[in-house]
Structure formats: structure tokens, C-alpha cells
Ligand binder design. Structure first.
Ligand SMILES: Cc1cc2nc3c(=O)[nH]c(=O)nc-3n(C[C@H](O)[C@H](O)[C@H](O)COP(=O)(O)O)c2cc1C
Length: 453
């Protein structure tokens, strides 16, 4: 009997226009207008048709602060709030996981644990939480934060946030509400309630959550940090990482580094799926694919304010090298290092760096026929660079349609991607364990209660 091949994890990071900065200029683009649920539904349903594990919704809450400088060129990220979007999508999708980004700096553990548990029930166990703790200047201003915590402390607080959320989710045992007894007029067994008590560095509470433990126990924990502190956080908590790398060597180094850190937290490396971002162009010939990508690259606007991953470079010659004395950004240190390394390694000018790195935010780009794109995906998958990918389609909706119609069948033919969803929940589909309740004991009175019910 042949053992089933290891399966790719595939997600798609959805935005309104697609990820390329020139996307909204393309004729097919929806252009301007308010957030449109029918359009988002169409995108997510396409991903579900492609049997994707997840649709991923980013959130850079309060990013702009009160700045209107350069705002006339900004075409992205002013869309639905991810948790409410996931709630609405719950009703129009059936199998795909919905990963919502929520920032720990601007939420209370109780409120968020409650909302995520609620969404886990609403989706039948398909919710994921992208845990971010970034705190840019705009966000600080938007929330009146005058004295922001620094990078490491924000990760520390995020860790305490997650620990506390777990206690809240575990404040009810699984099935605690499944056995009301009309005869004894007992709705539930108090032995199955475990009030959370927490007195930590950042949070203090004593409480039972207002909702039953979700179908998945906890949402799937997703993370996307690259710094040393970020990697440690991922090793301890994350079950899916949204990573970024442009070469297989960089991807392998990252993959090994994060997985190597897991055993000290009692975790098996298989319980974390590393999914680097992937941009692409697909054509019926190599040339057609190259031309397709070039057409979008031609739309890049080099006028006005220019920055490389948030670092202002407007004052420097576009066709000159990356200056040595640029300040390191406060957020996204890891990717800044990647960018500098690429600039040095290939001797790239600012213009080339914008075209190579900025337009894909440091992610990998694969261009070619469906077979060649599948080859490139398989290469990283079998050679220890990735457990799957989080697609960043350059132009929506066509890039997603292309991938689902042309590449997914090729991956399925190779036996490395599902033809049907195997499980009911996102955890089941991704091969992730369902976390047991940390407070439930074997000697709890469940059997007696089950009989009574
Ligand atoms: C691929 C990717 C996606 C991210 N998505 C978000 C996001 O939606 N919202 C957000 O506030 N930060 C987001 N971030 C930022 C990270 O959460 C993190 O704050 C940032 O990478 C800095 O962490 P680091 O210093 O550990 O690299 C993302 C980062 C990466 C690499």
C-alpha cells in the first residue's frame, strides 16, 4: 500500500486589486469604490474552488495616522476589517480556512478570544488568527499611544496575550453545554467550567469566557515576523508562518532555523507549516508569461515619493546604488536585511530594487508555463524550503483564476495537492492537531454526565 505523499499547504493573500503596485491600473481591475462584499466573495470562492487551505486577510490598522502626504497614490489596504469580513464569509463558503489578522496592541484578550471563538463556531472550525504586534507611527497616533512599547516588549506582550486567550478558550471543556438534564434541571456540570485566573506582566483578569470552546479548540495560529524575536515567537506559538524569501538557500535557512527552535517548547516541527509568499505570472509559453509580468512591471510609477520597504529613498539617484547610510526601519528589520543582501549580492540600483523587491515586498516570483510554475513550487517543497505557499497574486481577479485553473490541476496530477478537502476544520485540512483543553482532567465527571444526558 503506498503512503500518501506529503501535501502542499496553499493559501492566498487577498487584497482588492492584487499585490502588484500597478495592479489597479490594469484594465481588468475593479478600480475605485467602496469595499464590495460580492467581489470578495467571488475571490474567496475561486480559492475554495482551487481547494486552498486558507484565504488570508491582512490588516494594518490605523496605518496612515493623520498623514495625507502621498495619499493620492495609495490604492491598497483600505478595505474590510478582517474579523467582520470573516464573519460574513462564513455564510457563503464551506471548506476554506479564513485567516484574519488582528493586532495585539489594540485589542483586549477577553474581547478577541470571544470574537475568535464565536467565529470558529460560525465557520464550523475554519478560523485562523494572524497574530501581529507591529506598531507603526500612524497606528500609535490612531490609538493615542504616546509611549509605544519597543519591538521585543511588544512580542512579549503578544505572547502573554495568546497564553491568556488560551486560558479563556479553555475555560469551558469541550461539549460542556451538550448534556442538559431536564430531569435534574441541571443545564451543565460546573466541573466542566474552569475560570481563567491571570495576573501577568501586562494583563490581569479572572473570568469565564462568554462562549463555548470552538470546534478547533483554538484558532489556527498564524504569524509573519522575521526578526530573531519574531522567529522565537513563531517557534513557540505559530502553526502557519507567512514567510518571505527570494532564493531557496534563504528559504531553507529560515525554515530550518524556525523549526529547530520548536522542540524546546515541546512542539514537533510538523506542527508548523512554513508558507513563503509567492508572486507569479503564468502563460501558455515562457515568453507569454514573461510578457504578462513585464506588462504589469511597466505600470510601476517612479514619480513622487519613493521608498524601499518603508525607507525613504526619494533624494537618491534612481539608477544609482543603495546608499550605505540609510536608517534601519523600526518594523520589518528582517526584510530590510534581505533587501540589503540582495542589493549587495547582485549590485542592484534603486530602480532595480523597486522592481525586484518592493513590488513583491521581498517575496519569491515564479514565471512560466503551468508545468514550469509547478516545478518551481515543487522544488522548494521537496528541498526543505517550504511546506507550501501563500500566494500574492499580482493582479486580481485574473492571477488567481490562472493559478486555480492552470497550476492547481498540475499540482494535483503530481499527487502533492488535494483534489478534495479531507477534513471538516482548517486544522484537519492542514494536518494540525486539535489542542486539548489544558484544564480538563481525565478524572472529570464527563462519563457520568454523558450517561445522564
Ligand atoms: C508576509 C508578511 C505579512 C504581514 N502582514 C501583516 C499584517 O497584515 N498586519 C500587520 O500589522 N503586520 C503584518 N506583518 C508584519 C509582521 O507582523 C511583523 O510585525 C513584522 O514583520 C515585523 O516583525 P519582525 O521585526 O519580527 O520581522 C506582516 C509581515 C510579513 C512578513
Amino acid at each position: 500500500m503506498s503512503k500518501k505523499k506529503r501535501q502542499l499547504v496553499l493559501g492566498v493573500f487577498l487584497t482588492r486589486h492584487g499585490h502588484h503596485p500597478g495592479a489597479w491600473l490594469q484594465p481588468e481591475s475593479v478600480g475605485g469604490g467602496d469595499p464590495d462584499f460580492a467581489y470578495w466573495t467571488k475571490l474567496v470562492k475561486t480559492a475554495e474552488r482551487g481547494k486552498f487551505d486558507t484565504a488570508f486577510f491582512a490588516d494594518f490598522v490605523g496605518q496612515g495616522g493623520d498623514t495625507i502626504e502621498g495619499i493620492e497614490k495609495r490604492a491598497s489596504f483600505l478595505e474590510f476589517e478582517p474579523l467582520t469580513l470573516a464573519g460574513a464569509l462564513a455564510g457563503v463558503t464551506k471548506d476554506i480556512g479564513l485567516v484574519a489578522t488582528v493586532n495585539t496592541n489594540f485589542n483586549e484578550p477577553y474581547n478577541l478570544a470571544r470574537r475568535l471563538a464565536s467565529l470558529d463556531h460560525l465557520t464550523g472550525g475554519r478560523i485562523g488568527w494572524n497574530i501581529v504586534s507591529s506598531l507603526g507611527e500612524g497606528a500609535a497616533k490612531s490609538f493615542g499611544v504616546e509611549d509605544p512599547l519597543e519591538h521585543a516588549a511588544r512580542y512579549e506582550r503578544a505572547g502573554e496575550f495568546v497564553d491568556l486567550a488560551k486560558k479563556l478558550w479553555d475555560s469551558w471543556e469541550d461539549g460542556a453545554f451538550d448534556h442538559p438534564n431536564r430531569e435534574t434541571r441541571t443545564y451543565l456540570n460546573p466541573a466542566h467550567a474552569h475560570p481563567a485566573h491571570h495576573d501577568g506582566k501586562y494583563y490581569k483578569l479572572d473570568s469565564l469566557l462568554d462562549i463555548a470552546r470552538g470546534p478547533q479548540g483554538y484558532p489556527v495560529f498564524v504569524q509573519a515576523g522575521n526578526s530573531d524575536t519574531g522567529r522565537e515567537f513563531a517557534a513557540k506559538y505559530a502553526e502557519m508562518i507567512y514567510a518571505s524569501a527570494q532564493t531557496l538557500e534563504d528559504a531553507q535557512a529560515y525554515y530550518n532555523d524556525v523549526k529547530r527552535r520548536m522542540p524546546k517548547y515541546g512542539r514537533h516541527p510538523d506542527q508548523l507549516k512554513v508558507t513563503p509568499g509567492l508572486s507569479y505570472a503564468i502563460g501558455s509559453s515562457e515568453q507569454e508569461a514573461q510578457d504578462k509580468y513585464a506588462a504589469v512591471q511597466n505600470a510601476v510609477d517612479f514619480s513622487g515619493q519613493l521608498n524601499l520597504m518603508g525607507v525613504e529613498v526619494s533624494g537618491y539617484p534612481l539608477d544609482g546604488p543603495l546608499p550605505d547610510n540609510l536608517p534601519e526601519p523600526a518594523n520589518g528589520k528582517g526584510r530590510w536585511i534581505q533587501l540589503k543582501t540582495l542589493a549587495r549580492r547582485e549590485n542592484l540600483t534603486i530602480r532595480q530594487l523597486i522592481l525586484r523587491f518592493n513590488v513583491v515586498r521581498g517575496h519569491r516570483v515564479v514565471i512560466g508555463t503551468p508545468v514550469s510554475v509547478a516545478d518551481q513550487i515543487e522544488d522548494w517543497f521537496v528541498n526543505g524550503g517550504a511546506d507550501g505557499f501563500n500566494l500574492i497574486p499580482p493582479v486580481l481577479p485574473s492571477s488567481l483564476d490562472d493559478f486555480v485553473d492552470l497550476v492547481v490541476p498540475e499540482l494535483q496530477r503530481r499527487g502533492i495537492f488535494r483534489t478534495e478537502y479531507e477534513g471538516r476544520t482548517l486544522r484537519e485540512n492542514m494536518g494540525l492537531l486539535r489542542p486539548p483543553n489544558q484544564f480538563a482532567h481525565e478524572d472529570s465527571e464527563r462519563p457520568a454526565l454523558l450517561k445522564a444526558g
